[in-house]
Design a protein around this ligand. Structure first.
Ligand code: 9MG
Length: 281
C-alpha cells in the first residue's frame, strides 16, 4: 500500500456503517428467471423473502437483490419489468430492517430502490449510465463500482488486456474519482474487479492473486467469484456443484485483501470465514 493511502476501515451505506474489522458477506438474491447460478429459483415473492431471511439467519451482512441477469445471452429487461421484480422485495425486506443492496445499471431503478429502503447500489457498469452517479450521490447510498470489459452479450468472446491488473485498477480509480467529484463520500465507495466479466480464467487468477493492488487504493474491495465458470473450469464441476470451490475462492480473496465477498452460499462462507479469522486472530 502506498505510504499516503490509509486502508479502508469502514463502508457506509445510507444509515448503516459497516466496520471493516472482519470480512463482510453479501448474500445474492436474484429475482430473475435466467441468472446463471440460480435463475428462476426466487422469482416468486414468498420464496425470495424466505431465502433472504435464511441468508440473514446464516450470517449475511448485506443482501444483494438483482432483477436483471448479466449472464451472456440473458434477455434485457425494461425499467418497469426490473422495478416490478425488485421493488416489492426491497420494500418488504427493508421494512424488516435488512441492509440491502440492489444490483442494477439503471438510474431510475437506483432511485426507486433507494426510496424503497435499499442502502447500496451494486452496479456492474460502475455508474457509467448518464445520471447514475448523481442519483447515488443524492440518496447517500453505498456504491460498488465493478469493472467489465465490453458488454455481457460479447464480453467473453475475446477478453484482451496488456496488463489486466493495471488496467482494471486504473479504470476503478477513475470511476471512484468521478464519484468523489460528484459528491459521493469516500467511505461510501467500494470497488470490484468483476471476476468473469470480460476475463479469461488466466485474467481472473491474476486479478485474484493481485487483489492487494486494488486494496491499496484505499477503497474496500468486493470479490464475486461464487459459482462462476472459472471455478467450473478449475474443478470440472457444474454450476450446482461449485459450493466448496466458491468457499475456497472467497477465502483466497479475503486472504488477499477483499473486504466484502458476494456469495450464494452464505452459511458455508460465514463458517469458513469464522475459522479463517480465528486462525488469523
Ligand atoms: C451482479 N454481479 C454478478 N457478478 C458480480 C460480481 O462479481 N461483482 C459484483 N459487484 N456484482 C456482480
Amino acid at each position: 500500500m502506498p505510504a499516503n493511502v490509509e486502508p479502508a476501515r469502514a463502508f457506509r451505506c445510507g444509515r448503516f456503517t459497516f466496520a471493516l474489522t472482519r470480512p463482510l458477506v453479501m448474500g445474492i438474491l436474484n429475482v430473475t428467471p435466467d441468472s446463471f447460478a440460480d435463475g428462476g429459483r426466487y422469482v416468486e415473492r414468498e420464496r425470495a423473502l424466505a431465502h433472504a431471511m435464511q441468508m440473514r439467519d446464516d450470517g449475511a451482512d448485506l443482501i444483494d437483490i438483482g432483477g436483471e441477469s448479466s449472464r451472456p445471452g440473458a434477455s434485457p429487461v425494461t425499467e418497469s419489468e426490473e422495478l416490478d421484480r425488485v421493488l416489492p422485495i426491497v420494500e418488504a425486506l427493508a421494512a424488516a430492517g435488512f441492509p440491502l443492496a440492489v444490483d442494477t445499471r439503471k438510474p431510475a431503478v437506483m432511485r426507486a430502490a433507494a426510496a424503497g429502503g435499499a442502502v447500496m447500489i451494486n452496479d456492474i457498469g460502475a455508474l457509467t449510465a448518464p445520471g447514475a452517479i448523481e442519483v447515488c450521490a443524492e440518496s447517500g447510498v453505498g456504491v460498488c463500482l465493478m469493472h467489465m470489459q465490453r458488454e455481457p452479450p460479447t464480453m467473453q468472446a475475446a477478453p484482451d488486456y496488456r496488463d489486466v491488473v493495471a488496467e482494471v485498477r486504473a479504470f476503478l480509480e477513475a470511476r471512484a474519482e468521478a464519484c468523489l467529484a460528484a459528491g459521493i463520500a469516500r467511505e461510501c465507495i467500494a470497488i470490484d474487479p468483476g471476476f468473469g466479466f470480460g476475463k479469461t480464467l488466466a485474467h481472473n487468477l491474476e486479478l485474484l492473486r493481485s487483489l492487494g493492488s486494488l486494496a491499496a487504493t484505499g477503497f474496500p474491495v468486493v470479490a464475486g467469484l461464487s459459482r462462476k465458470s472459472s471455478l467450473g473450469a478449475i474443478t470440472g464441476r457444474g454450476v450446482d456443484e461449485r459450493m466448496p470451490a466458491s468457499v475456497a475462492a472467497a477465502l483466497a480473496a479475503v486472504a488477499r485483501g477483499a473486504a466484502i465477498v458476494r456469495v450464494h452460499d452464505v452459511r458455508e462462507t460465514v463458517d469458513a470465514l469464522r475459522v479463517w479469522q480465528a486462525v488469523e486472530g
